[in-house]
Design a protein around this ligand. Structure first.
Ligand SMILES: [Zn+2]
Length: 222
């Protein structure tokens, strides 16, 4: 899952309005942000699948128990939540960022082939929605539209940056997703996969930048 994780990062603004979508997005993609580091350190492994049935299946996630086992996902979500609570004293935000870290595993469980270990060395699970690329694209696109709509409607731009930076963020993510889902070619090497995953970190400061230039609308009293 790709833009689906960014979608929940945006939508979570409704649940934790005082938390920046920078933090919410970092939480939602946290396991994927750790992954390239563990690949670089040689602690996790992935392989390129030659001639995959579709672009979603171009990688074989051979071994990634530290970033992507269920038990470690729970550990990371607790760490993220507690660090956030210690830094901000915003309990509601801490609860939600913790849940967002865990949401990553749940969404990955939906789409991945059975390659997600329940615990390091444990049985591997995954419902394999990636075998049905059209359904995957439909679900993920609907999530993205909903996430953008929730965030855009509950906040308003303080200035032109608040409007333009959000618009560009949505367009770039959508364009990358379309390019990725539609591509017939496999990544040239794992190094390129690692570098791409590291470049994707840029969306986090970008999300902070959007959020500081927008403000939460005062919710109308019912
Ligand atoms: Zn992942």
């Amino acid at each position: 899952m790709f833009i689906g994780h960014f979608a929940v990062g945006l939508a979570a603004k409704r649940a934790a309005p005082r938390t920046s979508i920078g933090t919410l997005t970092l939480a939602a993609v946290f396991l994927d942000a750790l992954w390239p580091l563990f690949l670089l350190l040689g602690l996790e492994r992935a392989e390129i699948v030659p001639g995959p049935p579709n672009s979603f299946l171009s990688l074989n996630f051979t071994y990634y128990p530290i970033s992507h086992s269920l038990v470690m996902a729970i550990v990371w979500s607790l760490v993220f939540g507690f660090v956030y609570k210690a830094r901000t004293q915003y309990g509601r935000g801490a609860l939600w960022v913790g849940l967002l870290v865990l949401s990553h595993w749940v969404l990955d469980f939906l789409v991945h082939l059975p390659d997600l270990p329940l615990w390091p060395g444990g049985p591997k699970v995954g419902l394999g929605l990636w075998n049905y690329p059209a359904v995957t694209i439909l679900i993920e696109s609907a999530m993205f539209v909903a996430g953008v709509w929730i965030y855009a409607s509950m906040t308003r731009a303080r200035n032109r940056i608040g409007k333009a930076a959000l618009g560009a963020y949505v367009l770039v993510l959508a364009a990358l997703y379309i390019a990725d889902a539609g591509s017939k070619s496999t990544p040239p090497s794992i190094t390129v996969v690692v570098l791409t995953a590291i470049v994707a970190w840029l969306f986090v400061p970008w999300a902070y930048w959007i959020d500081t230039n927008r403000e939460v609308r005062t919710l109308p009293h019912p």
